[in-house]
Design a protein around this ligand. Sequence first.
Ligand code: ADP
Ligand code: MG
Length: 695
Amino acid sequence: MRPPILFPLFAEVATLKGVGPRVLPLVQKVAGPLVRDLVFLAPAGLIVRRAMQAATATEGEVGVFQVTIDRLFPPGRPGAPLKVRAADETGFVHLVWFGGSPQHIDRLLPRGKTRLVSGKVERFNGEVQIVHPDIVAVDKADDLAMSEPVYPATQGLTARQVRKLVQAALPAAPDLAEWQDPAWLAKQKWPGWRAALEALHSPSTEAELAPDAPVRQRLAYDEFLAHQLALARRRRAREIKPAPVIAPGAASDHLLAALPFALTNAQAQAVAEIRRDLASGKQMGRLLQGDVGSGKTAVAALALADAAASGFQSALMAPTEILARQHFEKLGPLLEAAGVPSVLLTGRDTNGQRREKLAALASGAAPVAIGTHALFQDAVRFDRLALAVIDEQHRFGVGERQRLQAKGDPRLGAVHLLTMSATPIPRTLELTQYGELEVSRLTEKPPGRTPVTTAVLPLTRIGEVAARLKAAVESGAQAYWICPLVAESEAVDLAAAVDRADDLRRLLGVEVGLAHGQMPGAEREAVMADFADGRLPVLVATTVVEVGVDVPNASIMVIEHADRFGLAQLHQLRGRVGRGAKASACILLYGGQDGALGETAKERLETLRRTEDGFVIAEEDFRLRGGGDPLGLKQSGFPAYRFADPIRQRALMLAAADDARLVMNRDPDLASPRGQAIRVLEELFDWKAHKAGSD
Ligand code: ADP
Ligand code: MG
């Protein structure tokens, strides 16, 4: 509940003096509906005024002139400007208005009177001219600040009016008990909250507006902390839900023994983290992040075996038929060897097969179900479902994951959730998108992998690429050739892909498959399957090639118009080669026939040439794209922060996340004095009302 001390901040902006029916919608647009929103409206710029004299005024700067009004010239004809001539001891200052009212200006600037005027200095015929002076005042005490924050404005509401409203709103901000850790605050040398707000709205230098200014940092940290606390609370709500206790047993050992390899350290670490959750008696919610090929399946398989060893059922859900089938073909025999029968459930089963499988799941005879969307259909019942594993989790909606989880027996407790993602994302993004999940990262690739040699070439060298491809295909290699969506219309893109497939068929003299987004799903999967089984040496595809499909014999990846892709996406595509023993290559073709490429674009592609570490690439991609552009931030999945910039204030965000975690562990009910203060912080930012990206 909102504490009364915050009531003035949460009053409607309409309660402020000066906000009448005309201005109200404009204020709401610029700031928001509440007084708090004005208080939280950070200035975007600063006007610094210098006292000047006409003779020596600097063009382009904002000057303040003390002048005597000489004469008003009304507009000579409609549309012409109104001018006032004024002067100081050193020369004339001409004031110019377009569309100003002569009566009003005459009243403001009576002939013979002294006035202070301010505005950007221009020179016209050698004399100072100010178009639309930003201030006209009688004397300095009146209204003339030598520096003045500039606020976002809108048609009908000037930045100066907004500033007045902010000043009117500011007294509504009360003194509040400090919610930041005292030691941390002292170390940062940040001001208190109230003082920070005052300072936010009265900057005197540009440096005070920068993301690393103490005041800005303090307020950003507060915002990060409030958000991370909201996420930590959600995590906690899950962590107190009773769930089946799952512990490794004989089946787990057998499965481990049946694996044709030893786990990497990263895999072993992830397995340990998952086991700790599963044995806790509380619901697990964990995201397993790892590049394509990092070995997530084996980690998941151990969780499935653990569940079976503890007498429970589990389900592994994949977004496509082909992925589900691959999982089943790989894991089925391993699980079988561990004494754990599994069934594959997809949309393809005949009625008879389906009935049999459903019966095995309902009776508990099959401890493991592997499948597609077919798994969460109503007809599917489990006897003792305790664990849901979701592969390529972003391909499923929350509702779909929940429908699967809802198939548990409430008497056993909540169903544990393990989601897997092959799209490494920056740590900061992970915090906002998956803040309510625990995260395990596979940062290390299984051994014996051949690194992928990456080349960046202009499209003009496509002939050479085709010739080398021909030689490779003749010696048994398989290749992907990606034609991205680049044109305005899908039809044009599709035509380009069809043409490319024709070219290659002719040039290489082999069969070339084509997979694209407008094909019926079954047809596309059939082509993919032909490629996977080695019947097709070359596959031309738009970006629809399924991410998780494993074709170890494919060792060449050609990507046309690579400059049009995000780095993360290119990395994903590249991840489909280098999976077998063969030396693999990725060729990034950029540009059109002119072969031109900008500097940033080059830098981006260079990153890919330098590293194969998906986490490094994700951070780099983010840095190159981010650049503090708010629209970009939104598109990258960040919430709309008021003060905080997750790119430029990355370290603060990470610190706030740790802080939130610590608070929730030490003082989950927020009962301590700091906890009490934190409750007020949470109300202040109101993150509870927001939905996180992952739900
Ligand atoms: P992901 O699902 O993370 O993309 P997979 O689980 O499909 O990756 O694993 C990719 C390949 O690596 C598979 O062929 C798998 O058998 C193999 N693999 C997984 N873990 C190891 C390991 N520890 N040592 C060697 N090979 C491994
Ligand atoms: Mg996988």
